[in-house]
Ligand binder design. Structure first.
Ligand SMILES: [Zn+2]
Ligand SMILES: [Zn+2]
Length: 157
């Protein structure tokens, strides 16, 4: 259980623990995520910022431009520069990069987004909904996650 909820960077300076299950899990196929990861997609665990407990180190915030002109803040290890999580519009929500978990084997995306730029060889499972761009949280998220989101003052959709 601890390996499933704990993670960190490559050099070990940053260590974190998620104090509960995530709200929802995104697999994003947008071009920004492809560029940032150098890979085909990113898998992000969405969770309240105060449920990401830092066990060691202080991740360094780096602002990265988004397509709409706003900025996304990526938090990186100051030493090895591995990105451990990021912040988009809502300051109370972190997008934890699932690949930084010690044991990411149990992570399954709840939704696939921005499939309009999905690489052709990536085959999506039928078990998760997929969207060309984005989706309506109020339809897809479990009620308990929507309540948690409301508790930190974020809009449901
Ligand atoms: Zn590091
Ligand atoms: Zn993306």
């Amino acid at each position: 259980m601890s390996a499933a909820r704990e993670g960190g960077c490559s050099c070990g300076e940053i260590r974190y623990r998620l104090t509960s299950d995530s709200l929802f899990t995104h697999c994003c196929h947008c071009l920004n995520c492809q560029r940032q990861t150098g890979s085909a997609f990113v898998v992000n665990l969405l969770i309240e910022a105060d449920r990401v407990e830092l066990l060691a180190g202080v991740p360094q915030p780096v602002d990265v431009p988004r397509d709409d002109g706003s900025a996304q803040t990526i938090f990186r290890c100051p030493t090895c520069q591995v990105a451990v999580f990021s912040r988009y519009t809502h300051p109370g929500v972190r997008f934890v990069r699932a690949g930084t978990l010690d044991d990411p084997s149990g992570v399954v995306p709840d939704v696939h987004i921005f499939t309009r730029s999905k690489l052709g060889w990536v085959t999506l499972p039928e078990s998760a909904p997929a969207f060309e761009v984005y989706y309506d949280r109020s339809v897809l998220w479990p009620p308990a996650s929507l309540e948690r989101l409301e508790a930190i003052g974020a809009p449901a959709s």
